[in-house]
Design a protein around this ligand. Sequence first.
Ligand code: KG4
Ligand code: ZN
Length: 355
Amino acid sequence: MKKKILIMGIETSCDETAVSIIQDNGTKPPKILANIVSSQEEVHKKFGGVVPELAARSHLEKIEMITKKALKKSRVKLNNIDAISATAGPGLIVCLSVGFNFAKSLSLALKKPLIAVNHLEGHALSPMFKSNIKFPYLLLLISGGHTQYLVVKGLGRYKRIGTTIDDALGEAFDKTAKILGFGFPGGPKIEHYAKKGNQRRYVLPKPIINRGGCNLSFAGLKTAVFRSSKTIKNKQDKYDLAASFQKTILDIIYKKTKIAINEFKKNFEGNQIIVAGGVAANNEIRNIINKICLEEKFTSIFPELDLCSDNAAMIAIVGLKKFKKKKFSKLDFSVKPRWQLDKNAKFLKGAGVQL
Ligand code: KG4
Ligand code: ZN
C-alpha cells in the first residue's frame, strides 16, 4: 500500500496565525485534517489596518498554541509529519519571520524537510483540494495585498498577464469602508451594506478601463469615494455610496476579466478561471465571473470560503506538491517580503507603468 504523506503548513505573513495538517494518500485530492486560523481582527480594528509590530507579537504569542490545536484536531503526532512547509513571502518581514523561524526549528528538531512556500502560490493552488483542476488555468488573485491575472501553467510556473498599478482590490474595499466608517476589514462590510443601497446613485470613475490591457487601477476610485463622502448626510447616503462603489468594481472586473480570458485563449489551451484570495468571498464578484464564463464558454472555480482568505491549508498543499518533487529548502533560506510568482514580471506598484 502507498504510504500516506502528512504535511504541516504554517502561515503568518500578515494578520492571521494559521496552522494546517493535510494528508495525501496518492489518489484523491488531499484531505484537510486540520485548518486552524486565528484572526487578529480585534488587535488591529481600532487602527483601521494591520500594525506590523502588533501582528508579529500576536503571532509569537499564538503560534505554539495554534500548532498544538492543529495536531490535536488532526489526531496526528508531530513525529509522523513528513515535512514542515511555511510561508516565506511575500508579506510583512516581522510576521513572516515568526512563522518561518518556527518552521525551521520544527524541521531541525524533527529532522524533517523544510519547505519555503510563496503565499501567492498558496492562493493559486488553493482550489486543488477539489479534483477537477487542470493546468493551465487562468487565475484572478484578489486579496488585501495583491490583484493579478496569472496563467498558472504548473507548480512554480506562472505568467502574469495583468496586475494593479496602484492599490490592491481588497485595499480599495478596506479604504472605502474606512471612509464610510464601516470598520475593518471592510470587504464583507461593503458587501453587506451595498445590499441596502442604490448602486446608480453615485457615478464613480473606472480608471484605465479602456487601456492597459488587463492591468487594473483603483487609486482614483478611492479618491472619488472620499470626495463623494463629503456630501453624505445620512445612513442611506452611505449605503448608496457603498453600493455604487461595489457596482463600479463589478464593471471593472467584468471588462478586465473578459480581456484576460481572451488573452488566455490566444496562447493557452484550457477553459478554467479560478478566483482566489480574500475578495473572492464576495458573492457579487462570484456572480459577475459566472456571467462572464457563460458568455466566454469558460468554467469558474472558487475555493471554499475558508480557503479564500488567508489560511495554512493552502500553504500545506504547495508544501505537498514541492515535497513530491523533493523541492526542499535549506535552513539558511531567508524570508522574502517581496516575492513574485512570475519571476519575469516587473514590480509595477508605485513605479509607474507603460500602458
Ligand atoms: O487573502 P486575504 O485574506 O489576505 C491577504 O492576503 O491580503 O484578503 C483579505 C482581503 C481584505 O482586504 C478584505 O476586506 C477582503 O479580502 N475581503 C472582501 C470580502 N471578504 C474579505 N472583499 C470584498 N468582499 C468580501 N466579501
Ligand atoms: Zn493572502
